[in-house]
Design a protein around this ligand. Structure first.
Ligand code: PHE
Length: 357
């Protein structure tokens, strides 16, 4: 019978001497594999006397465990060394210039958003922000959506699972909750815009589950619908860089404004492109109205003293109209050819001095 001590030192020496994972695996197969030397010893137990089997069995099993453990340790050490070697060899020189054809571009949505912020900043608006994950109070209740009212469903909301407290968070369906956050934290006069991402369960050529809005809010004494109309028309003329934009104001309903309206821009969608200032189609680009007294009250503002207007502009839609993109879904397709065609230079950030686009 093979001397177990000799076998042990032989196998352990082989384990220690293995220089890579492949060699180590060969040692493992030769020792504890199906037909390996130690496995072979276990098979001889059957022919032994019960006494002998007891002592030899325990000794062989202990040897097998010891060898298995040694192999596992060696394997971890070899893997760590392999990783160290890879990390040392795969360095990246971030100071090298990017190859010409792989240069990135600014996405049309971000370009449009930057242009909008530049125009409103010029008109005296400050930028306000709020979270994408909202609660029911800011997204609905404070905005005068009655409890259990179908208007809440109208927005096709993405809800999170209900918490133990019974509260259910959601992805904001519009940027209007930023109106609430601004009014409870600032005193009038208020003049802000709130650009950001918004989310609804919706998907077709003019709707995507994630889209962008720029909210506007003005609160002061003596504010009326004329101020709203002037602000929007002035903005659109500036944004489209022409006075030839035809718009229509349509009466609408929003729980948080009274009266409420939507605005559409005339466009032509007959070809593969979308063109403004001509054609027979209308694309809805914003919702607006005079801030409802209940909303002012919910935010601690006295509606007898202050009035205001609000609007929510669809950023992606304005981008489609200005830059002639017929399908909103392309914005999210990550197609480098589309991005190369519609993208903007990162070195031409829009500002009123050097031009918008
Ligand atoms: N929040 C509305 C929407 O997303 C738009 C809106 C904003 C309407 C502000 C009126 C006032 O549809």
């Amino acid at each position: 019978m093979t001397d177990l001590n000799t076998l042990e030192s032989d196998v352990l020496a082989q384990v220690a001497g293995a220089t890579d994972l492949q060699a180590l695996d060969a040692v493992r197969v030769a020792a504890v594999g199906k037909t390996g030397s130690i496995s072979g010893l276990l098979k001889t137990l059957g022919a032994m006397s019960p006494e002998e089997r007891k002592t030899q069995g325990a000794a062989i099993n202990a040897l097998r465990d010891k060898v298995t453990e040694a192999i596992a340790q060696k394997k971890a050490a070899l893997e760590a060394a392999e990783l160290d070697a890879r990390l040392a060899s795969e360095t990246l020189d971030l100071s090298l210039p990017a190859p010409h054809r792989r240069k990135g571009s600014v996405h049309p949505t971000m370009q449009t958003m930057d242009e909008m912020v530049a125009i409103f900043a010029e008109m005296g608006f400050a930028v306000a922000e709020g979270p994408d994950i909202e609660d029911d109070f800011h997204n609905f209740t404070a905005l005068n959506f009655p409890e259990k009212h179908p208007a809440r469903e109208m927005h096709d909301t993405f809800f999170f699972n209900t918490k133990e407290s019974g509260e259910r968070m959601l992805l904001r369906t519009h940027t209007s909750p930023v109106q609430v956050r601004t009014m409870v934290s600032q005193k009038p006069p208020i003049r802000i815009i709130a650009p950001g991402r918004t989310y609804r369960v919706d998907n077709d050529a003019t709707h995507t589950p994630v889209f962008h809005q720029v909210e506007g809010l003005v609160i002061d004494k003596g504010i009326h619908m004329g101020h709203l109309k002037w602000t929007l028309e002035t903005f659109l003329a500036r944004f489209f860089e022409t006075d030839a934009v035809t718009t229509q104001f349509r009466p609408h309903h929003f729980p948080f404004t009274e009266p409420s309206a939507e605005m559409d821009v005339q466009c032509d969608r007959s070809g593969g492109e979308i063109k403004i200032g001509q054609g027979t189609s209308w694309l809805e680009i914003l919702g607006c109205g005079m801030v409802h007294p209940n909303v002012l009250r919910a935010c601690g503002i006295d509606p007898d003293e202050y009035q205001g207007f609000a609007f929510g502009l669809g950023v992606d839609r304005l981008g489609m109209l200005k830059y002639g993109m017929p399908d909103l879904r392309d914005m999210w397709s990550s197609d480098v050819r589309w991005l190369a065609h519609y993208g903007f230079s990162a070195f031409a950030a829009p500002n009123p001095a050097s031009g918008l686009s």
